[in-house]
Design a protein around this ligand. Structure first.
Ligand SMILES: Cc1ncc(COP(=O)(O)O)c(C=O)c1O
Length: 362
């Protein structure tokens, strides 16, 4: 049995939805796009949504809508993929990298406060691994918040969906995200002026040359898949949450710090991330058993620049490991994964490395 770290969930309904659009002849941006935008806005609880080509494009367009420019600084956590960094660079602004809280791997509000300067124009707040950040406290700081919900479609803070708190929020529909359109993204907000600016930049055709534009559009083919996936989202989240509690029941070990859901937060469990001093061994021995566990963030941003002063991001980089969790995992796969990981943990606790290297010993 081979268990990849991540896999999309595509069923017959998805295939039929995309085929119907193909057959209709209307395959670029059209009616389906509007239907997808409306479905996501209604689900999250914002007035407006604009679908675009990727989560990174959504971040770039959110920054453009907020009229961020060359002389501005954007605060961003170190422990995140490089997408927010590139969106900030593309706009010509300065990323101000700050540390995270280890309790939930999210941006630290106290670090944000320490790093504000007169040039700070926004804070990008990714809800990491599907776990909502302490958004109330971040909003109280008084700087516009861009919620990055790429991993958190459906997560809740105080019974309200993340993505409805910030000035603007962004989503990704990459192949292995909460729902997928292959590639794709969306921007949500209650502010009509921001929406108008984004729609103006998303397209270049039959428009003035006075502002910078590009083709950031999503197609109806993708939107049809998105609509079909939205119908399954509630079930996806339930499945992920059930799997997470199953893991937490079975992986109790003195060597692991398991993910915890703080009060008032409902995680989507986009990732199931444990902290362990045995990260390397657990990853290596799981691979021997064809279970692919990964570092949940490939490299914290500050480490690209070889800078120091980010102890929590460094700690997470060293010790965090993501164990496969996604709706497509079958009961058999989960049983296998739980048995094998629990076995590895027991043997690591006894320092029994000889038997760990032997793939077939049980
Ligand atoms: C937190 C976060 N932000 C932004 C992105 C970028 O999304 P996309 O890959 O759709 O450009 C991702 C995707 O991996 C992400 O995890």
């Amino acid at each position: 049995m081979t268990i990849p770290h991540s896999r999309p969930f595509i069923d017959k309904d998805d295939i039929m939805a995309v085929s119907a659009v193909l057959a209709s002849g209307q395959i670029a941006q059209g009616k389906k796009l509007k239907e997808f935008e409306d479905a996501v806005a209604a689900f999250i609880g914002t007035k407006y949504a604009v679908a675009v080509s990727s989560g990174t494009a959504a971040l770039y367009l959110a920054l453009r809508a907020l009229q961020i420019g060359y002389d501005h600084e954007i605060i961003v956590p170190s422990y995140v993929c490089s997408s927010p960094f590139w969106a900030i660079k593309l706009i010509g602004a300065q990323p101000k990298i700050v540390d995270i809280d280890l309790s939930d791997f999210n941006i630290s509000a106290s670090e944000v406060k320490k790093n504000i300067t007169p040039k700070t124009k926004a804070v990008i707040v990714p809800h990491m691994f599907g776990c909502p950040a302490e958004i109330d406290e971040l909003i109280d700081i008084g700087i516009p918040i861009i919620e990055d919900c790429a991993q958190a479609l459906g997560a809740e803070f105080k019974n309200r969906k993340v993505g409805s708190f910030g000035t603007i929020s962004v989503f990704s529909f990459y192949a292995t995200k909460m729902i997928t359109t292959g590639e794709g993204g969306m921007i949500l907000t209650n502010n009509q002026r921001l929406v108008e600016r984004i729609k103006e930049i998303r397209d270049y055709d039959k428009r003035s040359l006075e502002i910078l534009r590009f083709n950031f559009k999503m197609t109806d083919l993708q939107a049809a898949l998105g609509i079909s996936q939205m119908k399954k989202l509630k079930n996806f989240i339930e499945k992920r949450r059930r799997t997470a509690s199953l893991y937490s029941k079975n992986f109790k070990s003195s060597m692991l710090r398991l993910p915890v859901e703080a009060a008032n937060r409902k995680s989507t469990y986009y990732r199931y991330v444990v902290l362990t001093k045995e990260r390397k061994s657990l990853q290596e021995f799981a691979r021997i058993r064809d279970i692919s566990c990964e570092r949940p963030v490939w490299k914290p941003l500050h480490r690209y620049f070889k800078t120091t002063g980010y102890p929590n991001s460094d700690f997470a980089y060293k010790y965090a490991l993501s164990i496969p969790i996604y709706p497509r995992l079958t009961q058999m796969e989960k049983k296998y994964l739980i048995r094998e990981i629990a076995l590895i943990l027991r043997r690591l606790a006894r320092n029994d490395r000889f038997n760990l290297r032997n793939r077939y010993s049980v």
